[in-house]
Design a protein around this ligand. Structure first.
Ligand code: LHQ
Length: 257
């Protein structure tokens, strides 16, 4: 059985981390396979990516057994070849990535989730910056994104103490977008991905680009960027369709063009 499941439903690429007996912890094979699947998501027919986990957990981060087993990947390759390329691919992908956190998300698993454009969680899910408990530092972009999501002080405490944050608390502090009751989670979270897949895909990609840049730009740079990206958005077929549909008082049919 593959450690990454991949299927396309309603123009949504569904990527499922699939090592449930290890709480979907990453070994090298799984990290490389996820990168390959994310690359396939640049296909034009895919208009949204939905990332989730199989079984009880979302992802427990690095498979700690792999590090002590035979022929372990060296520390010099784990970030450079496994986690950093995953985060870069998610942030650069020119379409929305929805992360549906179905259970515990720990270590690199938590920070991969937080790199998505929209993060939702089941009520029973939780987030743990588990790194400090084994003497490591938070990676996979965590030190970049978490202080920006929840503020420096909260991020600092969560990363040093390694507290388990319940999904409802994560929502309350702005770490994630929304929590759904466990019984409604699969359907409600997937509905977000389907809705995004029917929206103006290029406009969403340009929005993502602007948000990425906003994390480093000053106001003048950001205004300039909005100017350039809005020009591009205004030259898409979906923009023409959006305005025409509004004026005709009908539902727009966006094609992602
Ligand atoms: C696991 C794991 C796991 C293997 C649960 N590995 N089996 C970057 C740089 C370089 C190197 C290192 O890594 C990194 C990035 C990182 O991600 S570092 C952080 C690595 N992750 C952790 O330290 C988390 C370790 N796991 C846990 O703390 C707990 O398992 C959590 C809080 C995730 C879940 O707790 P419980 O709900 O109590 O479940 P459990 O502990 O009983 O785990 C269930 C099974 O999953 C169990 O297997 P078993 O055969 O005994 O039933 C665990 O061994 C296995 N598992 N995490 N990371």
């Amino acid at each position: 059985m593959s450690s990454i499941l991949f299927e396309i439903k309603n123009n949504v690429a569904v990527i499922t981390l699939n090592r449930p007996e290890k709480f979907n912890a990453f070994n090298r094979g799984m990290a490389l396979e996820l990168q390959q699947r994310l690359d396939e998501c640049s296909n034009k027919n895919i208009r949204c990516v939905y990332l989730t986990g199989s079984g009880k957990a979302f992802c427990a981060g690095q498979d700690l057994g792999e590090l002590t087993g035979d022929n372990p990947p060296g520390f010099e390759v784990i970030l450079a070849e496994h986690y950093n390329p995953i985060i870069t691919r998610i942030r650069k992908l020119e379409k929305p990535v929805v992360c549906a956190v179905n259970g515990v998300a720990a270590g690199a698993g938590a920070n991969i989730a937080l790199s998505a454009d929209i993060v939702v969680a089941a009520e029973s899910a939780s987030f743990i910056q588990a790194f400090s408990k084994i003497g490591l530092i938070p990676d996979s972009g965590g030190t970049f994104i978490l202080p920006r999501l929840v503020g420096f002080q909260k991020a600092s405490a969560l990363m040093m103490l390694g507290d388990k944050v319940a999904a409802t608390e994560a929502e309350r502090m702005g770490m994630i977008y929304k929590v759904f009751a466990d019984v409604a989670f699969a359907e409600s979270s997937f509905a977000i991905a389907v809705a995004l897949s029917e929206m103006p895909t290029i406009g969403l990609a340009l929005t993502k680009m602007a948000l990425n840049a906003s994390l480093g730009n000053n106001l003048a740079e950001q205004l300039q960027m909005e100017d350039e990206l809005q020009y591009k958005a205004a030259h898409t077929a979906d923009y023409a369709e959006g305005v025409a549909a509004f004026l005709d008082k009908r539902k727009p049919l966006f094609k992602g063009e």
